[in-house]
Ligand binder design. Sequence first.
Ligand SMILES: Nc1nc2c(ncn2[C@@H]2O[C@H](COP(=O)(O)O[C@H]3[C@@H](O)[C@H](n4cnc5c(=O)[nH]c(N)nc54)O[C@@H]3COP(=O)(O)O)[C@@H](O)[C@H]2O)c(=O)[nH]1
Length: 694
Amino acid sequence: MSEYHHLAENSPAALVLVRLNGTIIAANNAACRLLGLYRQQMEQLTVDQWLARPIERTRDALAHIRASSGTYIDVTLRHGEGFEFSAQLSSRVFEHPAHGRVASIVLRFNAALATSGDEDADVAQVALDHIDEAAVLLDSNTRIRALNPAYTRITGYDEAAALGQSLELGAARRGADSWDGLIEAMSPGERWTGEVQNRRRNGELYPAYVKITALAPSEDEAAAQFVVVFRDLSADKAYEARIEYLAHYDTLTGLANRTLIEKRAELARIAVARDGRHLALLFLDLDGFKAVNDSLGHATGDELLRHVADRLRSAVSKTDIVARQGGDEFVILLDSISKPEDAAYVAARIQETLRVPLTLNDQTVFTTASIGISCYPDDSQDLTTLLRNADMAMYRAKRQGHGRYVFYRPEMDANAHWMLQLRNNLHRALDRDELHVYYQPFVDVDSGTVTGIEALLRWQNDELGMVSPVDFIPIAEETGLIIEIGQWVLRAACRELQRLHARGYDHLRVAVNLSARQFRQTDLVAQIADVLAETGLASRYLELEITETVLMEQAGATLDTLHGLHELGVAVALDDFGTGYSSLSYLRRFPITYLKVDKSFVDGIPGEKGDLTITRTIVAMARSLGIRVTAEGVETAAQGKWLRHWNCEEAQGYLYSLPLAADDLEWLLCNHDMLPVSGEIGTLADNQSSVLEE
Ligand SMILES: Nc1nc2c(ncn2[C@@H]2O[C@H](COP(=O)(O)O[C@H]3[C@@H](O)[C@H](n4cnc5c(=O)[nH]c(N)nc54)O[C@@H]3COP(=O)(O)O)[C@@H](O)[C@H]2O)c(=O)[nH]1
């Protein structure tokens, strides 16, 4: 190393060698100390990065450097710790053998703004003035001798209020004990650290992390002094609380998340195991939520989830926990019930609460959910299994239609295997003649006459027995087999109706269910026209049943198909109305002839006030729009009577007839006087008569 290099490295002056564009070539030790940067950091910067704003002053400084003036100008520099300080800068430009034209810069701390004339001490003072931690110097009697601005900012005590006072004054408190005792007992060099509650001048408590160091006595001090540095942890605590919140709560709804409910369920499990009670997990999935998201947008979907969360909270007791599992799935923990059946009451109450119409995007919509229930200890001792069981039961509920709840049963475990068997056999079902169409009558509630029939598919397999469409239609839908099967049902139903017309029942219509996949076919209208032409059935006798979820899927394309069907003369019925976000506004937008009130509402007649209100609203609204209403799943005389009273013209259900094979249907038509007329079928129990008027 050359003598010159030694000289520069050890010079008390801060020296920097820069290119004229401001990039740094080298800096000596004094420059690094002054700017609080390591040499490597220093050499990666440009001059303007340590020059503080405003920008004009930076420009001036760079111009000054290039002007090669030996005179000093005032600049503000940014220290590596983040604070700014005043300094002076002069430069000299020269030709460097390797770097071309460069400038050597001398920096010096601005002594005019310093108080002691000792540059190191002044830089330390600047640093103390700019740090976030409160720093206090206590004398040997633990009285405050000096403090920095952060102390005032944090505690609210300025110099006038704090100097000469004990640290008790607004600083760290140790419960009832005084800090003085602790501090005085410290030996020189000893350090105490800890987290404490402090009190600000305004009385507010805040958490702080405190470091107290006992300094060795200096030459002119007989006893030790103490440095107390503390940091206000409020923001950190708030941050921690936020992190804690995010780990356990769902930000969209404010409900518990899966982690929290699992923790709580484990605690609840231990408690109920002790006192012999039960706990239940309800797994809830909203019906048709995807359609809401797809058609009304995610913001509306989020709004709906928040409404649902509020309603779920209101439907359970304070000690029960409602969690959002993700998407449109919720889990509810009933943490102490005396018997599993109690969970059914809660599930029914939840269904009822959700059904109350709500307004989204200025539209009145009805919401339903499918709920699966599993109970501890009956269904499993283990929480993961309980949750899985509840999930399985929820799927079963969903298959049974919307707005239902189902308890877990061990047979459901065999479900996966059962599904595989169905899947393997379904594609051969048509060829093997295993599919049959049954027909269930629609009945005029006033006269008891049959007005039409609904075609309902049945699958009879030698090994699997009679398989419910609830189980196989979703598989047919998923595999695409529904297109072929659906065509077959349509053809069979039209042919059967033609046959019945020929037998004299020529006022009847036939309703055929269309699944989502069928409805999405772009040539659906043409296909239906072909089947009508082939079977000779006039289009006005055909009704196609679709659910509202199907309607909502692709509003534009749906509208075209509906208009096509309307022009063809085919009637469209909205099935399961009142579930899966049924919206009354759709009734105005789409050419719909019939509306079928879902069985889950009819089930609540005449006892459930909410169901009565909804059914009455749907009937009245539909009628005012000229849409005919059919109530489905009517099982009791009381339901029939109530529906008749509220002007629901048509009904379908076991009260009138089960779905029948074609021959049995003809027998029923021959003996139609066997069908009950709602006005004559029994009476409501005395204590229920008032519901007619409600
Ligand atoms: N895409 C197609 N879907 C079809 C077809 N055939 C049937 N299905 C759909 O399967 C679901 C279940 O049908 P199913 O088991 O036939 O049940 C129907 C009735 O039997 C039942 N019902 C009628 N009245 C009552 C009653 O009083 N009580 C009671 N517990 N159940 C009753 O309801 C079902 C009628 O449903 P809907 O279509 O909503 O009118 C069902 O979703 C069928 O739509 C098909 O060919 N294609």
